[in-house]
Design a protein around this ligand. Structure first.
Ligand SMILES: O=C(O)C1=C[C@@H](OP(=O)(O)O)[C@@H](O)[C@H](O)C1
Ligand SMILES: C=C(OP(=O)(O)O)C(=O)O
Length: 430
């Protein structure tokens, strides 16, 4: 399915932010790793959260759900002997479950998105799990991957933080369940470090003790711990909301988004600060963000590593800013659903934006007068590319067509419904 985005000068309305993808995947996981019954209120509903739900069920968790909650009885440290798991296109779900799979004799992760997740590297996690004693078959660090474990003990290991924080998160979920104490040392720079805060927060809520150094590069993890069954409440999602907020920022608007906690550990809450730096009129109080856009934005310089999943939306806003913006320290955007630097900038250029890439940087020469549009965009299987190009389409001169826009459902299936509710002219077509 494609979407046609027709230029829309005004957005107005009041919506509830969707639930956080990252917290949902984590709460579902720690609930599955507990032996009793946990409840997760307001879970996200998207392809990625569905992938975690499906896989923990395959691994032996019992799940009941209604409109507001999921009730999960976990399998503790003994997942069922399942042959295969299919995580769809969900990177975090794959990496977290690769670690958990090493509690089982043999599990194969299949490759159902050869042109997206199938291209992403997992070598660093494979290496760490091998240090713990797992035997792993893989195709140059990529899917399909077979993990043979079952008798991992714990001990001293290293993990590289250069490509993704998800490898470290995966090991932090696994090691408390092992027989012996573990120590993890992170090698190289830890990218998306801020996300580790969400992992540690959830693990602690689940009653597990991990001793982390202040710089988050060293960990001591006592072994033989048990995840406690608990009740969790998923907070609003900043990465998805960043796209809605950026859409409001580039149009004439009065848009209110509810459910975005100011003190959240999600780094993408920086979207609010970045839009403020761009001089977009907004307020953020009591978990409510209100933007009254006037189509005027100023260029910005920003370390994108603190808000990985909001950078594409920030860049889309910068396309219409006065001056040159720079988003630096973003190399690991290249290892996501697509190469979010080269592939994304190619699509932006098609739409008429003036952008440049460096290995770890995106530079945007703003065009406050708007861009040409009138083109077809390749989604590259990437929900965040789809959301960002929609923002650009709202302020182009001619409509743009986003091919295969249904991939937005990876994290935000109701993105276009939300935009429509705000008055955006967006339409699904076959
Ligand atoms: O741990 C997580 O849930 C995630 C970590 C981040 O990935 P990287 O650590 O690979 O940057 C982020 O981009 C992804 O959407 C979700
Ligand atoms: C990169 C993302 O997710 P994942 O790594 O979990 O596939 C994302 O949601 O933007």
């Amino acid at each position: 399915m494609d979407v046609i985005v027709t230029p829309t000068p005004k957005l107005q309305g009041d919506i509830q932010a969707l639930s956080s993808k990252n917290y949902t995947t984590r709460y579902l996981l720690v609930a599955a790793l507990a032996e009793g019954t946990s409840t997760v209120y307001y879970p996200a509903h998207s392809e990625d959260s569905d992938a975690m739900r499906r896989c923990i069920r395959d691994l032996g968790a019992t799940i009941e759900e209604d409109d507001e909650k999921i009730v999960i009885t976990g399998f503790g440290s003994r997942p069922s002997n399942v042959k295969e798991l299919n995580v769809g296109n969900a990177g975090a779900v794959l990496r977290f479950l690769m670690a958990i799979a090493s509690l089982s004799p043999e599990i194969t992760f299949v490759n159902t998105y050869p042109d997206s997740l199938g291209k992403r590297p997992h070598d660093d996690l494979i290496d760490s799990l091998q240090q713990l004693g797992a035997q792993i078959e893989h195709r140059e660090g990529k899917l399909p991957i077979t993990i043979r474990g079952g008798n991992l003990k714990g001990g001293k290991i290293t993990v590289s933080g250069n490509i993704s924080s998800q490898f470290l998160s995966a090991l932090l979920f696994l090691t408390p369940l092992l027989e012996e104490d573990s120590e993890i040392e992170v090698l190289h720079d830890l990218k998306s470090k801020i996300v580790i805060g969400q992992t540690l927060e959830v693990i602690e809520q689940a009653g597990i003790v991990i001793h982390a150094s202040e710089d988050l590069m060293h960990y001591r993890i006592p072994g033989r711990q048990k995840y406690a069954a608990k009740t969790y409440r998923v907070q609003g999602d900043y990465p998805g909301s960043a796209a809605v907020l950026a859409a409001a920022a580039v149009t004439e608007s009065d848009v209110t988004l509810r459910g975005l906690e100011e003190k959240s550990k999600q780094g993408e809450r920086a979207i609010v600060d970045v839009l403020r730096m761009m001089e977009v009129p907004l307020t953020h109080e009591d978990a409510v963000v209100r933007i009254q856009g006037n189509k005027k934005l100023k260029a910005v310089e920003f370390d994108g590593d603190v808000a990985t999943d909001a950078v594409l939306a920030m860049v889309a806003a910068a396309v219409f800013a006065e001056g040159t913006s720079r988003f630096y320290n973003v190399e690991n955007l290249r290892y996501k659903e697509c190469d979010r630097i080269t592939d994304y900038l190619n699509e932006l250029r098609k739409a008429g934006a003036n952008v440049e890439e460096r290995q770890s940087e995106i530079i945007v020469h703003g065009r406050p007068e708007g861009v040409e549009g009138g083109v077809e965009i390749d989604a590259h299987y990437d929900h965040r590319v789809i959301m960002a190009l929609t923002i650009v389409g709202l302020r182009s001169q001619r409509p743009i067509r986003i091919k295969d826009a249904h991939h937005v459902a990876k994290s935000y299936p109701i993105y276009f419904d939300h935009l429509k509710a705000l008055g955006a002219q967006v339409e699904w077509v076959e």
